[in-house]
Design a protein around this ligand. Structure first.
Ligand code: S3P
Length: 166
């Protein structure tokens, strides 16, 4: 079994994935961390030194590799649904969980470390609004389950996944 967490920046994909994997005794891969390790660069450095499309290519190749593995929880980056090819790949998976949140929740969660997220410009609210508007239907297209994370802590979200999805 493979569980794939998708959703916008700041919805808690990494923390939820890590805790869920512990409970299930599955391996855990956070795609951004994996890319940073393999490139020996931070995500921002990859965007700045190379480009977004360079990063997207690494992301796409990593996703394909990970989907060959089993007993794994995967936390994707928020932009994994920016690629049509990734959307098609994810549609073929059984346990794609969309962590959904209101814009207010996302703004609150990313405001402390928006400098780690190269796509968020100085006007945080409007860049989140624009990106989310364009991506929302892609998250919906790819997922088998939607879990709303507003006002919930990581434990609560994992419990919902365990009871409703697994
Ligand atoms: C991105 C989200 C980030 C990271 C990169 C691009 C995006 O991951 O992959 O900065 O396009 O939404 P998180 O969702 O883990 O912040």
């Amino acid at each position: 079994m493979r569980i794939i967490l998708i959703g916008f920046m700041g919805v808690g994909k990494t923390s939820v994935g890590r805790l869920l994997s512990k409970k299930l005794e599955f391996d855990f891969i956070d795609m951004d961390l994996e890319i940073e390790k393999s490139q020996k660069l931070s995500i921002s450095e990859i965007f700045n030194i190379y480009s977004e499309s360079y990063f997207r290519n690494l992301e796409k190749n990593l996703l394909k590799d990970l989907l060959k593995k089993d007993n794994l929880v995967i936390s994707t980056g928020g932009g994994v649904v920016a690629s049509k090819e990734n959307i098609e790949i994810l549609k073929g998976e059984e346990n794609v969980i969309f962590l959904d949140a209101r814009e207010e929740t996302i703004i609150k969660n990313v405001s402390n470390d928006s400098n780690k997220r190269p796509l968020l410009e100085k006007d945080l609210e409007s860049s989140i609004h624009k990106l989310l508007k364009y991506r929302y239907e892609n998250y919906i297209k790819c997922c088998n389950y939607i879990v709303n994370v507003d006002f919930k802590n990581i434990e609560d979200i994992v419990k919902i996944i365990e009871s409703e999805v697994l």
